[in-house]
Design a protein around this ligand. Sequence first.
Ligand code: PLP
Length: 411
Amino acid sequence: MLDYRKIINDFPILHKKMNGKRLVYLDSAATSQKPKQVISAVKEVYEKYNANIHRGIYKISETATQKYIESKEKAAKFIGASVYNEIIYVRNATEAINLVALSWGEQNVSKGDHILISSMEHHSNIVPWQLLAERKGAVLDYISLKDNAYIDMDDLKEKLEMEPKLVALTHVSNVLGTINDVKGITRLAHKAGAKILIDAAQSAPHMKVSVREIGCDFLAFSSHKMLGPSGIGVLHASEDTLEGMNPVYGGGDMIRSVSFKGCTWNELPWKFEAGTQNIEGAIGFGAAIDYLNSIGMNDIEMHERKITEYAVGKLKDMRGIKVYGPDAGDSRNRSGIISFAIDGIHPHDVSQAFDSEGIAIRSGHHCAMPLLKELLGESALSRMSFYIYNDEKDVDAALAAIEKTKKIFRR
Ligand SMILES: Cc1ncc(COP(=O)(O)O)c(C=O)c1O
């Protein structure tokens, strides 16, 4: 069981008010709040050992280098990777996916090849493949959805018959909250001869994610959605895969030697990390991983499932509310993301009404325009999303805000 009271005390921002009301933060799918342990870790870098890594032969530079590497070791362990060489630090999940498209994609995708993604992807896992397909003359296929909530497995199998070079799939939809069977789909993709990239931006913060267990070729996620600083994220791939990939950025640190004629590349993981990295971000990320581990990913998943079940159950019974994603009864396949619409009220008005109650939710297309517009028939939706610092009390506040919003707009 997760010690909710203790957790709340670790998040300074949650003791602030918004518009004179207790801040109820229900927008963790966009970015998470930070515990004091992460804030202190970043502050400690500036106060005690701020120096560039790798280069300095002096104590504080050595400390910074060691802490940076420790952060990678923690990230590797967190996702069940064997060595830290397989952890490439990037700015965020978006950059991780682009890195695969610009490196592996450039080298392995040719004219007429197929790339397969799903219809529930975030723009970050659509646009890099659209750009690659355009550059290469490749074909981008989209897996259909069943009941506007799940991957249509028959359609997936049919599209795998086109023998795509790559399948790129989100683990958890940032709109529907659906948890996809990434392990099963990875097996199918490999059987069809494809590599597979899993976008773990919405799963790694909330449940145990193991690259060993999933068996995927690439995994991408961001620190800022899992209690860590912004500007740092992970691309994971095996050493073999990374060895075969060309770097995308050239510059300091990614080389072994440079002459006027050319250069040779550094060993992993530095080959992909050109220039000065987000050192304090990486160290803060390490502290975020420690914090999540101290609670336990299984307990985090259970806690969020309990709140989500409660919220979806209540919303389902409310007049004039439409909830998207898996049904209330399918909580095992749904994470703590709930997109909803209030009949006749624009989501931006909903957000504003919530704001005046001190409640932060998100409204808009959630960077998934094809899903919203072409499948759900909506230009915008409201979304509440949960994390370890939320409980049923926050859901009750949101439900009360919905009723109040309906009254204001006479619905
Ligand atoms: C499913 C999914 N993938 C990718 C991203 C992109 O994450 P970032 O903005 O940290 O790169 C997001 C962000 O919301 C997301 O929800």
